[in-house]
Design a protein around this ligand. Sequence first.
Ligand SMILES: Nc1ncnc2c1ncn2[C@@H]1O[C@H](COP(=O)(O)OP(=O)(O)O)[C@@H](O)[C@H]1O
Ligand SMILES: [Mg+2]
Length: 385
Amino acid sequence: MDIGERQRRRMTRSCRDSVSNGNVRAGEGQRDRDTGDRDPSVEHSVCAPRYSLVQEVGRGSYGVVYEAVARSSGTVVAVKKLRCDAPENVELALAEFWALTSLEKRHENVVQLEECVLQRNGMAQKMSHGNKRSRQYLRLVETSLKGERVLCAEPCYLWFVMEFCEGGDLSRFILSRQPDPHTNTSFMQQLSSAVAFLHQNNIVHRDLKPDNILISERSGAPVLKVADFGLSKVCAGLASGSGGRSDAEDKNKLEVNVNKFWLSSACGSDFYMAPEVWEGHYTAKADIFALGIIIWAMIERITFIDRESKREQLGTYVRQGADIVPVGEALLENPKMVLCIPQRRRSHMSSALRKLLKDMLAVNPQDRPDAQELHGRISRVICAG
Ligand SMILES: Nc1ncnc2c1ncn2[C@@H]1O[C@H](COP(=O)(O)OP(=O)(O)O)[C@@H](O)[C@H]1O
Ligand SMILES: [Mg+2]
């Protein structure tokens, strides 16, 4: 049993102990306990409880993810529970909510949000994008903007109900199987398709890494799902949800170029962060760099042990003496450094793929392909290879 498997089993056990009170409810006609008013934001009449939690499947720094079953349909779903007390938790929860609800169309390779439920005082209400009539929603926005707690004493949770990805994450999936060039090429296409879709919809993910790329095997062949939008950014001109948008707003949405939209909070995970992210001044091209690291590592099965989770993760790095240094950090220190792609002598990599990876990992973001271009190039590299 590998470390990840052991960890998963331990989590499963601990979750079973707490399942008895682990139901997600969505109620109707809820009264706001602070004011006694009927909350006008409650949209749906739903019998509680709607989901039964089966087991814990993941735990990040800010939330817990469960496998659950929708009682009415028997559909297996994933439910991510985020406690909205500290402002930083609220910020992550809202970022995820805004990104996933700003998408008007589905994409096969982006995890599907079924609904988002806000729970407080044992009652719950369904959240919709930009619901300005909901006091709870406005409180969350205020908490996030002010950076200080403006919520009431009772714990408040956001539950994200999503499609369930039973195949685990990318590292686990790839490393638990024999190398398979067909899977690699299919995953490259799926990943670039997802990122092209997100960028087209003005979403910069900012935390692309194997942990956040999940696999669904429901339809037979493995299908990748980009997940965890907690650090994502919906760039200006964002969709305001269905309906009510003016022509001018639609035009504005189309005109946003995420590759020229500058972001400043340095965030992500070290090994996948582009050099300019370390400096805190970057665009959507940072996602292309992260994808370059992931694809390179996947093809050559290059791994490291993640310090926090102690799990083996796909990711390339640069050796400096006894240390391993993230590629982006090393490039920031030495922009002239030449990356050795492929890293292993025995790796088979066409020259077109090698060139593509080098371009994706270019120090200057402008030298990297944008997501659309990348998707086209990956298709051509695969056809030629
Ligand atoms: N839809 C899902 N289906 C199956 N497992 C999931 C799903 N979403 C998340 N997980 C599991 O939970 C872990 C943490 O979820 P994630 O959304 O990445 O939250 P965090 O912000 O805590 O990293 C994932 O790495 C994965 O193992
Ligand atoms: Mg995550």
